[in-house]
Design a protein around this ligand. Sequence first.
Ligand code: ZN
Length: 151
Amino acid sequence: MLLVLDTKAELIHTTERVFRAERLAVPEPSVVRLVRYVQIPRHYRVAVNRRTVFARDGSRCQYCGSAAENLDHVIPRSKGGPHTWENVVAACRRCNTRKEDRMLHEVGMVLRSKPVAPRHRVQLLALCGGGSEDWNTYLIAGNGRREQLTA
Ligand SMILES: [Zn+2]
């Protein structure tokens, strides 16, 4: 709202709500466009945890597609695998138990898609159910595919 009032961002979509001041009525923004590109600092990268990884992976096991219950490190922690978006996936108990702390090729398992970090915080927020429907048009999945996101 402040960015819009400050003409640093322009309104693209609004909600039904209107903010009123003495001589001003401004619809609540749901999508704005920054007039200038703003670099997002690296430390704003989204934390890798159960909630965020499950949101990215649609709560589906990334090996078999059934309902996920655990997080799995593709390259096991015991073999130096990092706790990063690229190495952590949602997994069902069965696949998790089958894989244990072995490499995929050792157990003949295959990932359904390559795990990647969400490109934007807002994308993940929307996946977690925190976003507005107006955002769907503007969100592109981390793997580069355009996806319809339903909260
Ligand atoms: Zn599975």
